[in-house]
Design a binder for this molecule. Structure first.
Ligand SMILES: *[C@@H]1O[C@H](CO)[C@@H](O)[C@H](O)[C@H]1NC(C)=O
Ligand SMILES: *[C@@H]1O[C@H](CO)[C@@H](O)[C@H](O)[C@H]1NC(C)=O
Ligand SMILES: *[C@@H]1O[C@H](CO)[C@@H](O)[C@H](O)[C@H]1NC(C)=O
Ligand SMILES: *[C@@H]1O[C@H](CO)[C@@H](O)[C@H](O)[C@H]1NC(C)=O
Ligand SMILES: *[C@@H]1O[C@H](CO)[C@@H](O)[C@H](O)[C@H]1NC(C)=O
Ligand SMILES: *[C@@H]1O[C@H](CO)[C@@H](O)[C@H](O)[C@H]1NC(C)=O
Length: 536
């Protein structure tokens, strides 16, 4: 800290030149828009006079809230930059921003031509157009979209164009023409609240970061072997006996609706995962007879007992409640890593298999998953996502089921899944819990979802991907720093058009800026590229 102060002091009095390893860009959005043209003359922005105006003036909760939120973000950004204006005056290499005699931008006009919507969904359109003091709209700024989701993404881009002017005297908005829409529809981040509980405020802070990176699905892996923090109204014993602490470390329906509302306002879906039949040890104490009893092996219990008909009745009631509480079009049903040794050890299971002509444990798992899918799809009318093992083990799944790919050689797996005609989601290359030294976001940036040898028809079945922040060694003390900006790499790969040639030096400069931008917004992103500093 002392060193930094000395450095800044010397720097202010212009005694030393800083040597940043990676020079941040100024006002280049992350993720990079589909089409982005910069012009020379920028415009001054002053929060005291600047307004975001919606035309026609319609009452739309998502838009009204967004105007409030982004007005605050813009004011916060301008104030943060202003408070360091001395710093910018000595910074000679920032370019593209003109002098203080630039004119002042008094408003961003939001031209919204669609219907109000209040719940984000899998097929929502996020396309928008943004013109700031460009040849067609000189001295004005206009954001246009037919959907509230497009307006949200465009406001985010606008907020990322605010930079110090070249001479450091004022804060300006860059002049640009932007035409933008995402490359993939499903751009997710998985959080895991079973291995460590995450407070509601931490989850909201994660959602803030997602908004800043244009991610649109919070995949909430809410329960697992270790703890069951979901408080069920129908089956309160599940969290009473399965949470780390049944009073403090749980999510009530009120908490969950609060999180869903917070995410919805930002155009982010909350996709719940209740993983079965494996990964369910914490369910056992609350529901006698649910789990398979193991015989003469070290474990006491194994996966859900697929031979007990009462279990399907329980699952139907529980999933019915879950579908109502979360009300997304999809439920993630898990289905990964089912450990067969407990099933193998139990003579009742063996007897059941003989009686039903089931010869392998994969087939027994299929028997279970098939019944669960029938319940969720046919009786609860909810679409489903499953982890890849369900496909690998050849469970008969309906054509609209999405297969979530997470392990093995992803190119082969994506090929096989799409060849069979299923939609695919990719996570294999975006496991945020797998740490390398350094910033290590570049390895996530290197992953190209369509890098497999399939037909165009197959490629069209890849609907997106998710960065996965498994919870074994993260909780509220470190999760934000571990996610950002590492998940930003996946966010850009999922939003921006595929580039045939990528200049990594430029990407490094952009993420360097993006990290400082997130910090100004209150998102504690870790340094991406080694030595350097952010002036807030
Ligand atoms: C910006 O100005 C520079 C020189 O002043 C010029 O070369 C460049 O073409 C201009 N760019 C645009 C987009 O007008
Ligand atoms: C800034 O504007 C001045 C005139 O207003 C012009 O001469 C100069 O080239 C501009 N600088 C850039 C970087 O466009
Ligand atoms: C097998 O089934 C019987 C009858 O339902 C039950 O009493 C017994 O506990 C079961 N054994 C195991 C190991 O699950
Ligand atoms: C059991 O399944 C096998 C193959 O899955 C099949 O050939 C056989 O006819 C079945 N037997 C009965 C009794 O259903
Ligand atoms: C991709 O498929 C084509 C045609 O089936 C084949 O010629 C080619 O060798 C394959 N490439 C790879 C990398 O598998
Ligand atoms: C990559 O971009 C940097 C900065 O714009 C530039 O200096 C460098 O020459 C570029 N490298 C290549 C290989 O184009």
């Amino acid at each position: 800290m002392f060193k930094l102060l000395v450095f800044l002091f010397l720097y202010y009095i212009n005694e030393v030149e800083p040597t940043l390893q990676v020079k941040p860009t100024t006002g280049i959005p992350w993720p990079l828009p589909k089409s982005f043209t910069e012009y020379n003359q920028s415009m001054i922005i002053r929060p005291s006079i600047f307004k975001i105006k919606i035309a026609p003036d319609i009452r739309c909760k998502i838009l009204n809230e967004a105007v409030r939120r982004y007005s605050a973000v813009i004011a916060k950004t301008v104030n943060a930059l202003n408070s360091n204006s001395r710093y910018w005056q000595y910074e000679s290499c920032y370019s593209g921003n003109n002098k203080s005699e630039d004119s002042v931008l008094d408003s961003l006009e939001v031209h919204f031509s669609g219907r109000c919507q209040d719940t984000p969904y899998d097929e929502m359109i996020e396309r928008y157009r943004l013109e700031v003091n460009s040849p067609p709209v000189s001295k004005k700024a206009i954001l246009t979209s037919r959907t509230v989701w497009g307006i949200l993404r465009g406001l985010e881009t606008f907020s990322q164009l605010i930079v110090p002017s070249d001479d450091g005297v004022s804060i300006v908005v860059k002049s640009v023409s932007v035409e933008d829409e995402p490359r993939f529809k499903h751009r997710g981040l998985l959080i895991d609240t079973s291995r460590h509980f995450l407070p509601v405020l931490t989850i909201k802070a994660i959602i803030d970061g997602m908004e800043c990176n244009k991610l649109n699905v919070l995949h909430w892996h809410i329960v697992d072997d270790q703890s069951f923090p979901y408080q069920s109204e129908l089956f309160p014993d599940l969290s009473e006996k399965g949470a780390y602490d049944p009073r403090l470390l749980i999510y009530t329906t009120t908490n969950i609706l609060d999180i869903i509302n917070y995410a919805s306002l930002r155009g982010i879906r909350v996709l719940p995962e209740f993983d079965t039949p494996g990964h369910t040890l914490s369910w056992g104490p609350g529901v006698p007879g649910l789990l398979t009893k193991c015989v003469a092996i070290d474990d006491d219990y194994g996966p859900i007992d697929p031979t007990n008909d009462d279990n399907y009745n329980f699952l139907k009631q529980l999933f019915s409640e879950i579908a109502n509480v979360f009300h997304d079009n999809y439920l993630h049903l898990g289905g990964d890593e089912v450990d067969f040794k407990c099933w193998k050890s139990n003579p009742n299971i063996t007897q059941f298999m003989v009686k039903n002509n089931i010869t392998t444990y994969e087939d027994l798992e299929s028997y279970y998953i098939k019944k669960l899918l029938e319940i969720v799809q046919n009786e609860l009318h909810t679409k489903t996502i499953v982890w890849q093992e369900v496909f690998d083990n050849k469970v008969k799944i309906s054509p609209e089921t999405i297969v979530h790919i997470w392990t093995g050689d992803y190119e082969t797996e994506v090929y096989e899944v799409t060849k069979a005609g299923y939609k695919a989601l990719l996570s294999t290359c975006w496991y945020l819990d797998h740490l390398l030294s350094g910033g290590d976001w570049l390895k996530y940036y290197g992953c190209e979802p369509l890098n497999f040898n399939g037909t165009n028809q197959q490629k069209s079945l890849v609907i997106g991907g998710e960065a996965c922040m498994w919870g074994e060694v993260v909780d509220e003390t470190n999760i934000l720093q571990r996610i950002w900006p590492r998940a930003s790499a996946a966010a850009e790969k999922l939003w921006s058009p595929k580039q045939d040639v990528v200049n990594i030096t430029q990407v490094q400069s952009r993420i360097e800026e993006h990290v400082c931008r997130m910090r100004r917004r209150g998102i504690p992103a870790q340094p991406p590229n080694g030595p350097g500093f952010c002036i807030l």
